[in-house]
Design a protein around this ligand. Structure first.
Ligand SMILES: NC(=O)c1ccc[n+]([C@@H]2O[C@H](COP(=O)([O-])OP(=O)(O)OC[C@H]3O[C@@H](n4cnc5c(N)ncnc54)[C@H](OP(=O)(O)O)[C@@H]3O)[C@@H](O)[C@H]2O)c1
Length: 313
């Protein structure tokens, strides 16, 4: 729960102001954490919004905030992926304004896909990035562009992101989950609240002079997807799904799904959790999925309360 993170996190100095470029799934949780700790936060969305702290930014439409809108920003986080041409939307449209603001810290959410396939072996930030997929090659090019921007950039490499409303529990409830088994295959993951916690922790450690240029933000426990599925079924009080073997299942998979199964690596969080001292709120999928089931239930209760109120006028 975010409230747990709020309790144990150190707030930023009073003069700080965060700009989150892309207030989507991860960006909104980072914004919520910082706001709960008293830091003003601006976010951007592609759709115009009436909220004073939500700015419009859509690189495809040339819609962007002006420098005046960004006044006072001291820290920046970009969650925006490369565009269709492989360019970074923030660097191509807002670079001059960001340089003028001269932020103390700039975070960029990237992906552990840049490591490529390691046949299940451990990789760390010192492992050379050898992306196999085209989208990961584009991502690595964006990482490089951020590093060369002259801004105080820290790249956060993320594996599969899950959390309330976006987990294997949702897929199981919707009947979309499949128990596909590929021997020795593991996946890494991170709960969205730990992305927020890690961002804040990294801002605080950077302020003391420790700012490694790349940090993996992953949990402690790479695991096969069927292990999660069995645990999720248990949480939902459902029988385990029947197994499908990968060789058969992969024939009908989309190219995107096949590309996920084509890579196998264990991503280390030693730099984040030992060297830099971040304590994960959800160290493995068991802790994370237990949290999701609680938060999903709270959301469902809130929504049905809203439905009742609107039906009663
Ligand atoms: N999902 C995963 O499992 C995963 C794994 C590893 C890395 N990542 C990467 O981590 C980052 C955060 O992931 P997420 O799941 O939180 O992403 P998300 O919910 O899709 O949020 C992405 C944000 O970027 C904004 N955006 C996209 N294209 C834009 C453009 N051309 N101009 C301006 N804004 C644009 C979106 O605007 P709107 O809010 O208006 O849609 C959204 O706010 C992304 O870069 C993602 O690729 C994701």
């Amino acid at each position: 729960m975010l409230s747990e993170l709020v309790k144990r996190s150190r707030a930023l100095p009073a003069t700080s102001k965060l700009l989150v470029l892309g207030g989507g799934y991860s960006g909104s949780v980072v914004a919520a954490l910082l706001r709960s700790l008293g830091t003003p936060v601006l976010t951007t969305r592609r759709q115009p919004s009436n909220a004073a702290d939500t700015l419009s930014f859509d690189s495809a439409k040339g819609l962007r905030p002006g420098l005046d809108d960004l006044k006072g920003v001291t820290h920046v986080l970009s969650t925006i992926p490369p565009d269709r041409t492989g360019e970074d939307p923030v660097l191509s449209q807002l670079m001059a304004d960001l340089s003028t603001l001269a932020p103390q810290w700039v975070g960029y959410l990237s992906t552990t896909g840049v490591y490529g396939d390691h046949k299940g072996a451990w990789v760390s930030e010192t492992t050379a990035a050898t992306p196999g997929q085209e989208r990961s090659q584009r991502r690595l090019a964006c990482e490089d562009a951020w590093k060369q921007s002259g801004l105080p950039v820290q790249i956060l490499r993320l594996p599969g992101i899950y959390g309330p409303g976006r987990s294997i529990l949702t897929n199981l409830r919707d009947g979309r989950a499949r128990r596909i088994v590929k021997p020795d295959q593991v996946f890494c993951r991170i709960h969205v609240e730990d992305i927020a916690g890690a961002c804040l922790h990294l801002i605080n450690t950077a302020s003391t002079g420790e700012r490694p240029s790349v940090v993996n933000v992953v949990d402690d426990y790479p695991a096969p997807s069927h292990e999660l599925l069995d645990f999720a079924a248990e949480l939902l009080d459902q029988p385990p799904l029947d197994s499908e073997d990968f060789a058969t299942a992969s024939a009908g998979m989309s190219a995107m799904a096949q590309s996920f199964w084509a890579e196998n690596r264990r991503v280390s969080n030693t730099l984040l959790c030992q060297t830099l001292g971040y304590r994960l709120l959800h160290p493995d999928f068991r802790a994370g999925l237990r949290d999701c089931i609680l938060q999903d239930a709270v959301k469902t209760t809130e929504l049905s309360g809203q439905d009742r109120r609107s039906t009663n006028g």
